[in-house]
Design a protein around this ligand. Structure first.
Ligand SMILES: [Zn+2]
Length: 283
C-alpha cells in the first residue's frame, strides 16, 4: 500500500529535543505530510547556560538583563526560538505545554498523560516520534537524576494506551497509533532499526542548532556539533548525514522490502560507497 499523506505527532520534553528528528520532519513536511511538534515543557529550567554563568560572577558584575529576566520571559524567548527552528523544517504546528521541567515527573504531573491522550485523539497521528522510554545509564544502571526525556516517553506510552480504550461519554472514537519511533540518539548504532538520509537538511540542522541562543549556542558550536553527530551517524548509514531511529514494534509487511539505499549495495563500486559518505558524485 502506498502511503497516503502521513500525520506525525512529535512529543519531546524540551524545545531543543526536536532537533534529533528535525531533518526527517523536514523531508516529510516537503512530501506534504503533516507534522505537529509538542514540547511537554518550556524548558525554562533546562540549559539556562547564560544564567548559570552570570551567577558565577560577583553580584556587582552580573548582567542585570540576564539575572533579572523573569522565568516567564525566558520561557517566551525559548518558545519563539522553537517556532523559528520548526520553520526551518517546514513545521508550523508547534505547541508548548505548561508542565514544569527539571524535573518533569509523570507521577507528580499525571495530568500530562491525559493531555497527550487528548492530543492523540485530536490529531490521530499515523506516526509518533518521542523520546526513548528505555531507562539506561552507564553500565546499565538507572540514572541517579530524574530524566525528563524518559518521563516524557512514559507519559506518551501511557497516553497511547488510554487513547485506544473506550470511555463512557466519550465524544470521539478511540484511536490506536499505528507506529511509534524513537530517535536514534538515545541508542547506539547497533540498536537502530533504520536511518533516514537527511543530507538535504544538513544546513537547516546547523542553522537550527545555532538558533538556540537562549542556551548559548552559536554558529561555530552548531556546525561542529551537528557535523560530528550527523556525520558520524551518516558514516554508519553510508550517506553524508543521517538521523537514526528505533521502532517500538516490528511492522507487518506484505513481503520483504528493501530501500534503494540497501539494494544498491549489491552493485555499486567500493569507490561509490565511499563517495556516498563523502557526498561526492558517483565515479
Ligand atoms: Zn531535552
Amino acid at each position: 500500500m502506498a502511503n497516503e499523506n502521513l500525520r506525525f505527532l512529535v512529543v519531546m520534553a524540551h524545545p531543543h529535543d526536536f532537533t534529533h528528528v528535525a531533518g526527517t520532519c523536514g523531508i516529510h513536511a516537503k512530501m506534504g505530510d503533516s507534522i505537529t511538534w509538542v514540547s511537554m515543557t518550556s524548558g525554562r529550567m533546562t540549559h539556562n547556560e547564560k544564567l548559570a554563568d552570570e551567577l558565577q560572577k560577583p553580584i556587582a558584575q552580573q548582567d542585570k538583563s540576564i539575572v533579572e529576566q523573569t522565568p516567564e520571559s525566558y520561557a517566551a524567548e525559548k518558545a519563539a526560538e522553537l517556532k523559528d527552528v520548526a520553520a526551518q523544517f517546514g513545521v508550523s504546528e508547534v505547541e508548548i505545554l505548561e508542565f514544569t521541567d527539571k524535573p518533569f515527573v509523570v507521577e507528580r504531573q499525571p495530568q500530562s498523560i491525559e493531555v497527550i491522550r487528548e492530543l492523540i485523539l485530536k490529531t490521530r497521528p499515523h506516526i509518533i516520534l518521542t523520546q526513548s522510554p528505555y531507562i539506561s545509564g552507564p553500565h546499565g544502571l538507572v540514572p541517579s537524576t530524574n530524566n525528563d526525556h524518559t518521563e516524557t516517553a512514559v507519559a506518551v506510552m501511557e497516553a497511547k494506551l488510554l487513547a485506544q480504550l473506550p470511555r463512557y461519554g466519550q465524544k470521539i472514537a478511540p484511536y490506536t497509533v499505528p507506529a511509534t519511533f524513537f530517535p536514534g540518539v538515545y541508542f547506539d548504532h547497533t540498536q537502530w532499526d533504520f536511518a533516514v538520509d537527511v543530507s538535504e537538511f544538513f544546513e537547516n540542522r546547523v542553522t537550527a542548532e545555532a538558533m538556540y541562543k537562549s542556551q548559548g549556542h552559536d554558529e561555530q558550536y552548531a556546525r561542529r556539533r551537528v557535523g560530528l553527530k550527523l556525520g558520524s551517524d551518516g558514516v554508519t548509514a553510508g550517506v553524508p548525514y543521517a538521523e537514526g531511529f528505533v521502532q517500538e514494534k516490528f511492522q507487518t509487511v506484505p513481503h520483504i522490502q528493501l530501500s534503494d539505499y540497501t539494494l544498491k549495495k549489491g552493485t555499486e563500486s567500493r569507490k561509490d560507497q565511499i563517495n556516498n559518505i563523502a557526498g561526492q558524485p558517483k565515479t
